[in-house]
Design a protein around this ligand. Structure first.
Ligand SMILES: CC(=O)N[C@H]1[C@@H](O[C@@H]2[C@H](O)[C@H](O)[C@@H](O)[C@H](O)[C@H]2O)O[C@H](CO)[C@@H](O)[C@@H]1O
Ligand SMILES: [Zn+2]
Length: 301
């Protein structure tokens, strides 16, 4: 199906690569139209390279424009050509982690008017007319306010885009709404491998990590291992946020994670498609035979 159109809504530059980079590269390579909407510029991020520390919000406050360049390079690595910032670049600002003072910035995404922000996403939805939307679950995958808001705005836009009489343009009903996921079982395997590898990264107890799904909650397994190189290159593009020591990576907290070529999702709205019969994905996958979808567009005719 060459008219496959996938919309991904992410909070900050780097999230697209971390959670869905291999999937995006796969679908672009297979001829789908992939649209990325990023809700903020990541202005409040920590900065890993010391020589760029001056960009920080409490110094030059120039990290946002710098991360636009990082995101452009990451999209190039993934083959993604259709990228937008929600509303416009800088319309809403990175809110910082939950509870910090920047949550109260006048432009903080966490403070955005839900219908105003959703209205901007409806414009993209009615223009692109995607069959599939991917964003985070209602906890924002790990509890970051901008991630929670990205979920809320996406769910509201999903409803408004299909509503006759709302806003400009023809109504459009998205068929499948997915949440990103990562399997705790895979996280345990990664932690064990990190310990054995003896890297400089910290190894956190999986039960102490603020994210992770139970295997039974994962409905969809996308095997995009052929595009793990694209994903790794995209990680390297986000150099203010991500350290790469392939196959491992870490954010500024230096907690080791694995660059995964198999990416997992939970179908929140829509009818699941039946998987194409094939062997279970052993490396990075959930391993055991299952009836999970292996295509985000499964069941869409
Ligand atoms: C992946 C992601 O959402 N990154 C966000 C996050 O960054 C984290 C934050 O600075 C945290 O304090 C660190 O311990 C962690 O290592 C960072 O990844 O929050 C930032 C501020 O909102 C945001 O810019 C970044 O993209
Ligand atoms: Zn983020």
């Amino acid at each position: 199906m060459t008219d496959r159109r996938l919309l991904l809504v992410h909070a900050h530059p780097d999230d697209e690569s971390i959670g869905t980079g291999a999937t995006m590269a796969k679908y672009v390579a297979e001829g789908a139209h992939v649209t990325l909407v990023t809700c903020t510029l990541g202005e409040e991020g920590e900065i890993i390279p010391q020589d760029l520390a001056h960009l920080a919000a409490d110094q030059d406050d120039a990290l946002g424009p710098y991360r636009i360049g990082e995101l452009d390079a990451a999209c190039d690595a993934l083959g993604v050509e259709d990228h937008r910032f929600l509303g416009a670049p800088g319309r809403w600002r990175d809110s910082g982690m939950m509870g910090v003072a920047s949550n109260d910035h006048p432009r903080a995404f966490w403070r955005a008017d839900l219908d105003e922000a959703a209205g901007e996403l409806v414009k993209v939805i009615r223009e692109v007319r995607p069959q599939v939307l991917v964003t985070y679950d209602d906890n924002g995958f790990y509890g970051h306010p901008d991630h929670i808001q990205a979920h809320r705005v996406s769910r509201r836009a999903f409803e408004l885009a299909a509503k006759p009489g709302f806003g400009e343009g023809e109504p459009w009903q998205i068929a499948k709404f997915y949440h990103t996921a990562i399997a705790r079982s895979g996280m345990r395997r990664t932690a064990e491998a990190l310990r054995e590898a003896g890297t400089d990264f910290l190894v956190e107890d999986v039960d102490d990590m603020p994210f992770g799904s139970h295997d039974e909650d994962i409905t969809t397994e996308i095997d995009a291992r052929p595009w793990i190189g694209n994903k790794t290159e995209a990680f390297r593009a986000h150099a203010t946020q991500i350290i790469v020591d392939s196959p491992w990576f870490a954010l500024s907290n230096n907690i080791g994670q694995e660059v995964l070529g198999v990416e997992h999702y939970t179908l929140a709205i829509g009818v699941p498609g039946r998987p194409v019969p094939g062997p279970p994905v052993e490396v990075g996958g959930l391993g055991e035979p299952h009836d999970r979808e292996n295509d985000l567009f499964a069941g869409i005719h």
